[in-house]
Design a protein around this ligand. Structure first.
Ligand code: SF4
Length: 390
């Protein structure tokens, strides 16, 4: 029986980045404590809350050991560490725990020695760090709060606090980014020696300020300075080369790690292992059902703390067809690829007819029973997925 992962969503930010349309809010800090209290209640009472909401947990799921925790957002590093500690304590008090990875997402400008020590004392052993770029003009245009110097200030603070596993996020495709500035960001990243790196291609949400400017015109958010798709593909390739040269192993489309530092929590998503998500907008997967909490943080707090009711927005049983699609879609995100025969046996299907055209188009490589996305095609993987699942 696979272990359980736990995700906690903290949907608060200091400001709104220009490209972002996540369900996060810039709210008064007075709302943080009631939110953390509601999350702790949801964790402690999850069994009965799930029952009442129609989530069916198997009996043996009670004995699943929690081995990974991921506190994401939003900007969870904004919270008073005591609030983070209380949510982590609720997990410890509710589930059998043998923690190997406890990740906190943190923005560089929010990090202080006091916070870093308190995080480590609470059990956090991995920081996922929203660096995005080392070029101040790109950070400013994207509406980020931090600057390059904040990253250099924060990393030694985290190391001094005993955090031995740091992940950096970079975004390829920010306004004003060029091949030269991207190379500069990669070189600075490598020089700081994080254990793990995520590189995301910028997806401009239509509802974000930048997205609206792309659609309707204007210059306030630098929509006209967005790199082209070809530029972004070149940035992605350059990242792969620079990171491979620096000793990072490319294990998932967007993720690279030093040996042994692959994200244990995120691997659960790609391997379809179970995880419970707590907090507004958090998603969960039991193995047979998927569900998500309502996004609105105030409504979430009201529902949990006021009405003792889980505000579930989506609850669905995963059909055999959906599970097969997920195996392929999520499996191909991993550079190790997918064992075709194993999947065919597990689902009683024959996938040869789907794979041959993808192979012929150069999107998929086959190595015995294993298929994987072709090198050089990883940044256009959506195309492969659409074909595969079509
Ligand atoms: S910090 Fe993250 S979640 Fe918050 S506004 Fe920026 S991109 Fe969105």
């Amino acid at each position: 029986m696979p272990n359980l992962g736990i995700y906690i969503q903290v949907p608060f930010c200091q400001t709104r980045c220009t490209y972002c349309n996540f369900h996060t809010g810039v709210v008064s800090s007075g709302r943080f404590a009631p939110y953390a209290e509601a999350v702790s209640r949801e964790i402690a009472g999850h069994r009965s809350l799930y029952d009442a909401a129609g989530v069916r947990l198997s009996l043996e799921s009670d004995s699943r050991v929690v081995d990974t925790v991921y506190i994401g957002g939003g900007t969870p590093s904004l919270l008073d560490p005591m609030l983070l500690r209380s949510m982590v304590a609720a997990i410890r008090a509710t589930f059998p725990c043998q923690w190997r990875e406890v990740t906190l997402e943190a923005d560089p400008e929010t990090i202080t020695p006091e916070k870093a020590s308190a995080w480590a004392a609470a059990g956090v052993n991995r920081i996922s760090f929203g660096v995005q770029s080392f070029v101040d003009s790109e950070l400013a245009a994207a509406g980020r709060m931090h600057r390059r110097d904040d990253v250099y200030r924060a990393v030694p603070i985290l190391r001094d606090a005993g955090i031995a596993n740091i992940s950096f996020d970079l975004i390829a495709g920010l306004p004003h980014q060029t091949g030269e500035s991207w190379g500069h960001s990669l070189a600075e990243l490598v020089s700081l020696e994080p254990e793990h790196v995520s590189v995301y291609l910028l997806e401009v949400d239509e509802g974000s300020r930048l997205g609206k400017e792309v659609l309707t015109g204007g210059s306030r958010y630098s929509a006209t300075a967005l790199p082209s798709d070809d530029d972004m593909a070149a940035f992605y390739e350059a990242a792969g080369e620079a990171l491979a040269k620096a000793g990072y192993h490319h294990y998932e489309i967007s993720n690279w790690a030093k040996p042994g530092f692959e994200s244990a929590h995120n691997l659960k998503y790609w391997r379809r292992e179970p995880y419970f998500g707590f907090g507004a907008g958090a998603h969960s997967f039991s193995g047979s059902q998927r569900w998500a909490n309502a996004h609105d943080a105030a409504a979430y707090v009201h529902s949990i703390s006021g009405a003792n009711r889980l505000p579930i927005e989506q609850l669905e049983s995963v059909t055999n067809t959906q599970a097969l699609d997920e195996e392929l879609f999520l499996g191909l995100r991993q550079l190790d690829g997918v064992d075709l025969k194993k999947i065919e046996r597990a689902y009683g299907v024959e996938l040869h007819g789907k794979i041959v055209p993808l192979e012929a188009a150069g999107l998929i490589e086959r190595d015995g029973d294993t298929i994987r996305l072709a090198p050089g095609k990883l940044s256009i993987s959506n195309e492969a997925f659409v074909h595969l699942l079509g």
